[in-house]
Design a protein. Structure first.
Length: 95
C-alpha cells in the first residue's frame, strides 16, 4: 500500500510539472516528461488520462497537432478512454 501511494504521488507530481511546463508554453518539456513517466522512470509505470490531457493541451497551445493526435494513439494503446478534455484539446489543436 505504501509503495502504491508513493507511485501515485510520483504520477501526480509529474503531471503537475508537465502542466506547469504546458502553461509556460514549454510543450516539449511536457511531452518529454510524460514520455519518461510512461517508460517507467522514477519507478512509475503508468500515466493517467489527466497526464495525457496535459500533453494534448500543451501541444495544442503551440500548434503541434500531430503530437496531440499522437497522445490519442498512446491512450488507445494503453486502453485509456479519452474524455471531453482530450477531444476538445484535439479539436482545438487541429484548427
Amino acid at each position: 500500500e505504501a509503495q502504491r501511494t508513493s507511485l501515485e504521488v510520483v504520477m501526480i507530481t509529474c503531471t503537475a510539472v508537465a502542466s506547469a511546463c504546458a502553461s509556460g508554453l514549454q510543450w516539449l518539456h511536457s511531452v518529454l516528461l510524460v514520455g519518461q513517466l510512461q517508460q517507467g522512470r522514477w519507478g512509475c509505470l503508468t500515466s493517467s488520462v489527466i497526464t495525457h490531457n496535459v500533453v494534448v493541451c500543451a501541444c495544442q497551445r503551440d500548434g503541434r497537432w500531430t503530437l496531440a493526435i499522437g497522445q490519442l494513439d498512446v491512450m488507445r494503446h494503453r486502453r485509456m478512454l479519452p474524455d471531453n478534455v482530450t477531444y476538445n484539446g484535439l479539436m482545438s489543436a487541429c484548427v
